[in-house]
Ligand binder design. Sequence first.
Ligand SMILES: [Zn+2]
Length: 304
Amino acid sequence: MRKLCLLLLFLAIAASAQQQPNFSKVEIKVTKVAGTVYMLQGMGGNIGVCAGDDGILIVDDQYAPLAEKIRAALKGITDKPVKFVLNTHWHLDHTGGNQYFGETAPIIAHENVRKRLESGGNITFIKMEVPPAPKGALPVITFDDKLKVHINGEDIRLVHFPHGHTDGDIVVFFPQSNVVHMGDDFFAGSFPFVDLDSGGSVQGLVADVAQIIPMLPPDVKVIPGHGPLSNLDDLKKFEDMLRGTVAAVAAAMKQGKTLDQMKQEKVLASYAEWGKGFVNADRFTEIIYNDLSGKKTGAFVKHN
Ligand SMILES: [Zn+2]
């Protein structure tokens, strides 16, 4: 069940109650990352945890039906309460537990996360119409560019990188523990889903990742939005893949090829091993093609 891909999951949730995945089978795996930081994996985006004497800060909260299990897994780390909830972006596999955890801890996110949760929206790539979130699930502290949270001796830095996976993604740095949570700006070992409807851009993502890499120490531990715990080399390989795939699609477009021709000719064939996850090579070709053709909808005007 844990391996059920994101696409099926989204579709299942969107389709009907009967088709919902069986969250009761999901187990929450806890991994100690370094220092005060842990990683929780269940279903949906990886959860980052900073735990210590001051309490708990979590980065993302997966799906609402998993909230009790997540709470129980956190209790296994410390009895201290959850003090802060961060959202790396608005997608439901990262914010589903907001209402549950938001009852007792403030939710912090980029301004566009609150906007998108509040309005809901279409994610055409997965044919999903997301309804507006209830008030209790909305971030109550929002910011535009940067914010710090000081807890457990950690000066946690939240930095917004524009137009990557969406237009509201933040990357969370834990400098004392030497860990970074990349949110969905990093899918470890697989093609990323880039949500063009939510202001995302593959070209923007390349620029963001290129900007982040020099900010990281060589021995940093990297928590991806999806996939296993990673290191700086894994992130560099991801950047290389992004550059290579964008260049391949751009070259094909320059030759006047259509999207169908690119799929038939498998322009991303040399990156096949990245296509075993939620986004296969054809789908990623389509995302890049749409991005390079300027087919974007739903982007908020930055900084209202
Ligand atoms: Zn996402």
